[in-house]
Write a protein that binds this ligand. Sequence first.
Ligand SMILES: [Zn+2]
Length: 149
Amino acid sequence: MNINSILNSIKKANHMLTETLILHYYTKTVCSGCGIDPVNKEAINYNCPVCGGTGYSIEDKMIDIPVSFEYLSSDNKLNSEVNRLKPGVYDDSVILITIDKEEMDEYNIDIDKVDCYEWNNTKYRIISKEPGVLGGTIYEINLMLEKII
Ligand SMILES: [Zn+2]
């Protein structure tokens, strides 16, 4: 097997059983309705209907991507099989996600700029990330995510 056919097999495996993960990117901009007072660095209008008196507005850009998915079982041992999820039988406090290179490229994903992750109406933050590398090519990125309480 050459490297290209190995990478192709990995790509197929990564897309066999997928869940939808939402990546959230937050952008903080100065409020268009009032703005920030240059002297006290606070909102110009504390009763501003646009920003609610904070002086900033937060834009939440969301990207939905398919990811392959594993989870830690309730005894916290790593479940290495990719499981199709059934509601209620897993511990969703820590999840393991694999994002394939195809999605990394297609959506131009920079993991370091993602503010939080959402799956199954629950928000997660990153605990660790590890790229899969073969022949100098990153073919996937593995993330361990923990529920934000
Ligand atoms: Zn405002």
